[in-house]
Write a protein of this length. Structure first.
Length: 216
């Protein structure tokens, strides 16, 4: 009961009181203005990660994701890089229950480590990257900016193995649709057969489209 109250309070504290606007370090109280500022600051921060001027150990695990999230959103939100303690959904869908977030991301990190990267062609690499993103998206560990942080981690992973990901090649509707369908079927959440797992198959076409030979 105490835990539930704490979770509820943490969730409520993410809003400017009496509004649905995220409380932020910039003192912005207008939703559109906040969206613009978030886009600009996070885009600049992302470029600094990509060009190496912000250095983050490339471990492709939860610590890596947290550090990326902090780099992208740390100037904007007080909860940047911190795992949520409240449940989170979008419309009718639910992301991972808080008690499975760590395990989902540990499974992801193991999956990354065991891939025979040098032997993977275009199709297999797209499948592997879809698998990684499906877990990141299901875990959805942060209050917001999960898409940005997750896409960046997967892009860095692709680059490390000689590929490039150009997400602008994927129509946004396809991205969202694939992301939504890749979530575990709500009726399958934790049965006797084991915990619910995301299904990366729905994201494979998007990664297939985004994955390119690097121009360098
Ligand atoms: N209905 C949905 N069901 C499941 N996943 C979704 C849904 N809509 C969006 N997503 C996924 O969640 C991500 C957005 O999550 P979030 O809003 O936390 O991140 P963001 O960085 O603020 O947004 P974006 O990725 O859109 O820039 C999307 O990139 C997509 O992968
Ligand atoms: Mg968002």
């Amino acid at each position: 009961m105490f835990r539930q109250r704490k979770a509820r309070a943490a969730w409520e504290a993410t809003f400017i009181p009496g509004t649905y606007i995220l409380a932020n370090k910039l003192g912005i109280t207008d939703a559109r203005q906040l969206q613009r500022a978030e886009f600009e600051l996070a885009t600049d921060a992302e470029l600094r990660v990509l060009d190496g001027s912000t250095r983050i150990p490339a471990t492709y695990d939860f610590d890596h994701l947290k550090a990326l999230h902090r780099a992208l959103a740390g100037d904007i939100y007080p909860w940047a890089g911190q795992c949520r303690i409240y449940e989170l959904g979008r419309g009718s869908v639910s992301f991972a229950p808080t008690h499975v977030i760590d395990r989902q991301l540990a499974t992801m990190a193991r999956f990354v480590r065991k891939q025979p990267w040098a032997e993977l062609g275009h199709d297999e690499t797209a499948q592997v990257l879809a698998h990684v993103y499906a877990r990141l998206n299901y875990a959805h560990p942060f209050r917001d900016c999960n898409g940005r942080a997750g896409k960046l981690l997967v892009r860095l992973l692709a680059r490390e193995h000689g590929w490039e990901l150009d997400y602008s090649r994927v129509p946004i509707a396809d991205w969202i649709h694939g992301s939504r369908l890749s979530l575990p079927d709500p009726s399958a959440v934790s049965t006797w057969a084991g915990p619910a797992e995301p299904d990366p198959a729905y994201l494979v076409p998007a990664f297939h489209r985004a994955l390119i030979e690097p121009p360098w």
